[in-house]
Each structure stands twice: as structure tokens, then as C-alpha cells.
Design a binder for this molecule. Structure first.
Ligand SMILES: NC(=O)c1ccc[n+]([C@@H]2O[C@H](COP(=O)([O-])OP(=O)(O)OC[C@H]3O[C@@H](n4cnc5c(N)ncnc54)[C@H](OP(=O)(O)O)[C@@H]3O)[C@@H](O)[C@H]2O)c1
Length: 492
């Protein structure tokens, strides 16, 4: 049994109603509905809580219930009958016509009835799990129908959650922001990137803050380079419509930048929203953009067989793999390269951040080979572990060295605490009005400013940055290995 020590803070969700638009979609089925069920079954949901799911697809009650059962049965936590009955009792489906004021009038009527029934009136979280093109329309209509209450009203609140990648280009993201801002105040908009809700990502900050042995050495004096890897074993899994439009770079860039920021930003004065976002912003402002400026600093590739996947266009040049290098121009990190890679069908599921230390250049062994450098690894998938590789004396009469790894498995005791999943955690925060882990408009814009030159180069001068190929089950193309090897380093 593990025990908490010292500081301990709990975010409690407020009683409220949760409205899910796009409830028949892929994201809703794979992530949001399982997370809502998880909150109920782990007893993390507010006491007075109800759900209204909306979609354009007509569904009668039996169809709706069997859809929900199928979704939850497939989810990680599975379906427990008692919780499912309670979940169904709290849930309604409403057929949506997003352009029609009558739909919003009906929505307001149902929310009033459910609010009265479950004792959670006039507090609403609206999750827009629709294509981004519908975000502006829905928020405007919510405002016009009086469902989006003005901020500052203590007796009621309404919040809107939108899902990355927030548009398909810098221009469309700015247009989307402008549309949202016409209807909602910034403090009502919650931009979700579910990586920030992962327990192990938050653990990076906990480790850095509570153990001076790590953060004090995370700088150019000690660290040789940093590697960030997000690999998936799977390919498209029926998501061709979404992925063909996005490609891996648009789909993953927000996640990759968030992992980089949480690892390398200076620690904020507090873990409150403003301090946290201020430090993250300072980090992003010092990040040097590699992309597109020099050919070969980023590698894009597609796995063999991608073109035969259902729903993929003939001759598609959508990338399924990306590797790039960037540097950070601040006192802490100047001269330390960050190597980042992400891909599908890479033969393994792996999300990790590795800090590779410099080799010691002093003492009795300074001119001798004492083995590999120390590596501090934080793994988010498949196992949630932290490890530190050390060089020690090999036991025995001779003076030789050997490598040992110290580690901890974060999940070993997590079940005891009914740890929330990433989406569950972020939904709790949104219900509590805590925006710390949600993205600012600056971060959304920065993501596109970082990525756009790369996308432009791929489109404008594809011969300079060609689409390479790799075999499924391998960690990307040879060119990705060359990207780091030309600096005298290797992927871990
Ligand atoms: N799927 C993912 O893994 C994923 C990953 C990252 C981000 N996202 C983001 O999450 C959001 C939802 O993604 P998704 O893949 O679930 O989208 P989706 O399947 O394309 O759409 C979700 C649902 O929205 C409704 N819809 C479709 N077109 C619409 C329109 N023009 N206006 C209003 N509703 C419409 C459809 O349901 P009805 O016809 O029943 O209304 C559809 O089932 C998007 O913003 C996407 O960028 C998704």
C-alpha cells in the first residue's frame, strides 16, 4: 500500500449536466462515452450529474441503449450492470439539427427538465465532438438560445470543450478561434489535448518539482540530448476519413509539443492555470523552428500497404510517420538537441521521453570508456514506468563497469486509487472549472506556426523533403535513423 506524503490537492467536479454533440461519432464512441461511464463507475462523477447526448442520426431509445452498451462493453473498463443501469437512468439522446433554433429550444427544455430532476440546474458542459467546421455554428446557436450563460454569473455556468487538432491549417484554426470567440469568452473555452491529462505526463512535473536530483540536472550542463517517441503498433483502424484529411503531423504535433513543454519548460511558480501557461508560453517562445527551413531536418514517411487500407485515396501522400529535430534557445537548453518521432505501424506501442546525460569528463576515468551515458526515461505506454540507467562497478575482483537500471512502475499501486484515465481526468477538471491542463489560444496558434512551414515545404517542394517508405513493424525509414546518426547519436 502506498501512502500520500505532504502536499495533496484534490480537484472536485461540480454538479452539472454534460452535453455531448456528435455523440454518434468515432471520438465520442472511443473516448468520451467510455470516459463518462468510467467517471460514474469509479465514483468520480459529481453526485448530481446527468448526460444529454445529441447527434443528427435518428435513434430511438432501444437503439440508443444498445449502442451505448456496445461502446462500453468494448471499452477498457468493460460494462458493470449496476453502473450501466445508473448511467442509462441519467442519460438521454436528442436528435440534433444544428442549424435549427428549434433544436436549441428543445435542448434548453430537456436541460431544464434534467437539471430539475437530478438537482444540477443551469450548469452545463458542452463537448463538441463534431467536425471542427460545426464548432462556430453550435457555439453561436448556444449563445443565441441563451444556453451559453455570460461568464461571471455565479448562479450558473456553461463551458465548451473542443478537441485538437483545432482546424486543418493556421488559417482555418484562426477562423475557428474567431468563430468561437464571437460566441464564448476565453474562460468558457476548454481546448483539450488528452496527453496533458495522462497520469504519467503529470508525473513528469511531480518528479521534477519534488526531486531536486532530476530537475537541477535537466539543463545543457548535464544533458546531451532529449528524445521523444510516440509509436503506435496499429495502423488506421477504420479512421481513414479523419486520417487522410489530417495526416500524422497534424494529428500528433500538439501531443509532441505538449510532451516537450512539460519536460523542458521552467517549473511554474504554482500549478495554477496562469503560472503554468506563462511558463509553457516562455518555453514555446524559445523553441527554434526546424521545420521546412532546412531540407532534411524533418523526415516524413508512409508505411508500405497504407494505400491498400479501406478509405485511402489512390496515390495518397498522407504521412504516417514523422521525425524531426529542434533546439531551444534559452539558458537552460541552449546546445541540447531534441529529437522527436511519431508513427503508425512501427511494430510497437511506445510513448516515452528519454533524457540522455552527457558522459562524465573528469576524475580517474576521464579518458577511458566507462560505458553508455545515464538515461532518465519516462514511459507512458505501454507500461507506465520511470527508470534511470546507472553505470556501476561490476562485482568481482577486477575494476570493470556494468550498466544497471533503477526503476518504478507507476501503475503498481494506481488501481488502489481508481486513477482516472486521461479523458476522465480532463472531464473532472472541466467540471471543476480548472483550465490548467487545457491549452491556451497561444499554444493552439504556436502549434500551427511551428507546423505550417513543414507542411508548406512538403507541398511546395516535395523533392527536397520526399515521402519515404518504411516496412510495417519497423521503427520508420532509414532516413529517420540518419537524422540523428548524422549528429553522432542513435535512437533508443
Ligand atoms: N476520431 C478521433 O480519433 C479524433 C482524434 C483527434 C481529434 N478528433 C477531433 O474530434 C472531433 C470529432 O472527431 P470524430 O472523428 O468523431 O468526427 P466524425 O466522426 O467526423 O464526426 C462526429 C459526429 O459528428 C456528426 N457530424 C458529422 N458531420 C457533421 C457536421 N457537418 N455538423 C455537425 N455534426 C456532424 C456525425 O454524427 P451525426 O451525423 O449523428 O450527427 C458524426 O458521427 C473532431 O473535431 C476531430 O477533429 C478526433
Amino acid at each position: 500500500m502506498t501512502e500520500t506524503i505532504g502536499f495533496c490537492q484534490e480537484t472536485r467536479p461540480e454538479n452539472c449536466g454534460f452535453v455531448l454533440f456528435g455523440a454518434t461519432g468515432d471520438l465520442a464512441g472511443r473516448k468520451i462515452i467510455p470516459a463518462l461511464f468510467g467517471l460514474c463507475s469509479k465514483k468520480l462523477a459529481p453526485k448530481n450529474f446527468y448526460l444529454l447526448f445529441a447527434g443528427r442520426t435518428p435513434l430511438d431509445r432501444p437503439e440508443f441503449e444498445s449502442r451505448l452498451a456496445a461502446i462500453i462493453e468494448k471499452s477498457e473498463g468493460g460494462l458493470s450492470p449496476d453502473c450501466f443501469k445508473d448511467f442509462l437512468d441519467r442519460t438521454e439522446y436528442l436528435r440534433a439539427d444544428y442549424e435549427s433554433p428549434e433544436f436549441y429550444a428543445r435542448l434548453a427544455e430537456r436541460l431544464a427538465a434534467l437539471g430539475a430532476k437530478f438537482g444540477a440546474p443551469r450548469k452545463h458542459l458542452f463537448y463538441l465532438a463534431t467536425p471542427p467546421a460545426a464548432f462556430g455554428l453550435i457555439t453561436r446557436e448556444l449563445r443565441d438560445s441563451g444556453l451559453l450563460s455570460p461568464p461571471g454569473d455565479r448562479a450558473r455556468w456553461s463551458r465548451v470543450i473542443i478537441e485538437k487538432p483545432y482546424g486543418e491549417s493556421l488559417e482555418s484554426a484562426c477562423a475557428l478561434e474567431a468563430g468561437l470567440k464571437q460566441a464564448a469568452a476565453e474562460e468558457q473555452i476548454y481546448r483539450i489535448d488528452h496527453f496533458t491529462g495522462k497520469e504519467t505526463v503529470q508525473n513528469v512535473l511531480a518528479l521534477r518539482s519534488a526531486n531536486s536530483v532530476f530537475d537541477e540536472t535537466w539543463n545543457a550542463g548535464f544533458i546531451d540530448h532529449v528524445q521523444i517517441t510516440v509509436f503506435e503498433e496499429l495502423g488506421l483502424e477504420g479512421r481513414a476519413a479523419f486520417f487522410e484529411r489530417m495526416g500524422l503531423a497534424r494529428d500528433m504535433m500538439s501531443h509532441l509539443l505538449q510532451l516537450a513543454a512539460i519536460t523542458a519548460m521552467d517549473l511554474p511558480a504554482s500549478f495554477r492555470d496562469t503560472d503554468f501557461k506563462t511558463e509553457k508560453k516562455r518555453f514555446f517562445e524559445s523553441l527554434k523552428r526546424p521545420c521546412g527551413s532546412q531540407p532534411g531536418q524533418a523526415v516524413r514517411a508512409q508505411y508500405d500497404g497504407y494505400l491498400a487500407e479501406p478509405g485511402v485515396a489512390a496515390g495518397s501522400v498522407t504521412e504516417t510517420f514523422l521525425a524531426f529535430k529542434f533546439c531551444v534557445d534559452n539558458a537552460r537548453w541552449r546546445g541540447v538537441p531534441f529529437y522527436v518521432r511519431a508513427g503508425k505501424k512501427t511494430g510497437l506501442k511506445r510513448t516515452s521521453i528519454d533524457l540522455v546525460y552527457k558522459k562524465p569528463a573528469h576524475g580517474a576515468f576521464k579518458d577511458m570508456d566507462t560505458g553508455p551515458a545515464n538515461i532518465f526515461s519516462m514511459n507512458m505506454q505501454p507500461a507506465e514506468t520511470v527508470s534511470f540507467s546507472l553505470i556501476t562497478k561490476h562485482p568481482g575482483p577486477k575494476l570493470c563497469f556494468t550498466k544497471k537500471t533503477m526503476g518504478l512502475d507507476y501503475r503498481e499501486h494506481a488501481e488502489e486509487f481508481a486513477a482516472p484515465t486521461d479523458y476522465e481526468r480532463l472531464l473532472i477538471d472541466a467540471m471543476a472549472g480548472d483550465r490548467t491542463l487545457f491549452l491556451s489560444p497561444f499554444e493552439m496558434r504556436f502549434m500551427w506556426e511551428f507546423l505550417s512551414p513543414l507542411l508548406a515545404a512538403w507541398q511546395g517542394a516535395p523533392a527536397q523533403d520526399p515521402l519515404y517508405r518504411y516496412r510495417p513493424g519497423t521503427p520508420g525509414p532509414a532516413e529517420a535513423a540518419a537524422l540523428i546518426e548524422k549528429d553522432g547519436r542513435a535512437w533508443l
